[in-house]
Design a protein around this ligand. Structure first.
Ligand code: ASP
Length: 343
């Protein structure tokens, strides 16, 4: 009996990767993904069966919002048992946000979900799309003893496989557009595809796959800068129905010690608003209490985002706010690793 082929679902959400140049007008437009196999004949050489599906209206990822995350999650949910792995084609601009969000929405995921895209359209002569797409499909197809090797949401770009919720888009021009400063690469593609097994996420396989669909967008981010005025923080804290604020602080989670600043945060916390401390630095972690300039934050009950990226901090916040949990549980869950998003 011949071994049945691994089945991969390719989900096109939009972005540069899926665009081709219209020879008449010269402008970039999306092409029909049903004809993907004709466009990239190399895909037929892969030892897997590929089906394609597209969002109803593919988008530039700068228009990403919870409504589309829900569509992506629901497509994966309704195809979960039929496929061995999923590759999500996505614009690079907000890919790290989406990969982070899907990691929280897809609970007890036991199959690979690989986000990828490209800096140049797939129809461009110098495109980076083909390598990104082909290797993503290969990574999603990898099996050991009939089970997927990768069991988490990843991002593949320019020869590297990253844990999705650890990535940040760092460069708007280079093919190497993403970075994972606080977590090692999961795999590197060279002559061989080298998987770093010790860093892969190991889910509890006894738990059932479940999709969390309730996301709460009532959040805000404030990036601190020297000279920030009271009115700025005041206006954010007073936003109607606001449930949480991420403060992007300096270094290891430090901020001004001016009284008005701490007072406003304290009042917000007393009103029930969660305040999350995330560092502006691309690498390293928040350590509240390490300097005098962060001790006060710890005392008033600010939650530590530790070494999470801002993208992950946003995703985790929308996800946990949608969970209807007590303030205590919220703080405990936010500060612990749920999907390998923090160290
Ligand atoms: N603006 C595009 C997007 O994020 C850029 C890209 O695809 O890389 O959809």
């Amino acid at each position: 009996m011949t071994k049945s082929k691994v089945k991969i679902l390719l989900l096109y959400t939009g972005g540069t990767i899926g665009m081709v140049k219209d020879f008449k007008t010269g402008s970039l437009k999306t092409f029909n993904f049903k004809n993907l196999l004709d466009r990239i004949p190399e895909l037929q050489l892969l030892d897997c069966k590929i089906d394609t599906v597209s969002l109803k209206t593919p988008i530039d990822s700068s228009n990403m919002k919870p409504k589309y995350w829900l569509q992506i999650a629901e497509i994966i949910e309704s195809n979960y048992s039929k496929f061995d792995g999923f590759v999500v084609l996505h614009g690079s601009d907000t890919m790290s946000y989406s990969a982070s969000m899907l990691s929280f929405m897809l609970e007890n995921l036991a199959k690979p979900v690989i986000f990828t895209g490209s800096q140049l359209p797939i129809g461009d002569l110098r495109t980076d799309a083909k390598e990104n797409l082909i290797t993503s499909i290969q990574v999603a197809s990898m099996q050991k003893k009939g089970k997927p090797v990768i069991k988490e949401v990843c991002l593949y770009f320019e020869y590297k496989l990253y844990r999705g919720n650890r990535t940040t888009k760092l460069n708007a021009e280079h093919f190497q557009a993403f970075v994972s400063s606080n977590y090692p690469d999961l795999a590197e593609s060279g002559v061989h595809l080298k998987i770093n097994d010790e860093y892969l996420f190991k889910p509890n396989l006894r738990k059932f796959f479940k999709v969390n669909k309730n996301l709460d967008e009532n959040i805000a981010i404030i990036k601190l800068f020297p000279g920030i005025k009271k009115e700025v923080l005041e206006s954010v804290v007073n936003i109607l129905n606001l449930k949480a604020i991420i403060i992007e602080t300096f270094g290891t989670g430090n901020c001004t010690t001016e009284k008005w600043f701490i007072d406003l945060l304290r009042q917000a916390i007393l009103k029930g608003i969660y305040i999350i401390n995330i560092t502006q630095c691309t690498g390293g972690s928040v350590m509240m209490g390490h300097y005098e300039t962060s001790s006060e934050l710890k005392k008033i009950g600010v939650i530590s985002g530790k070494d999470m990226t801002t993208e992950s901090a946003v995703a985790k916040l929308m996800y946990l706010l949608g969970q209807n949990i007590s303030h205590n549980t919220f703080k405990i869950k936010y500060e612990m690793s749920l999907r390998g998003e923090l160290s």
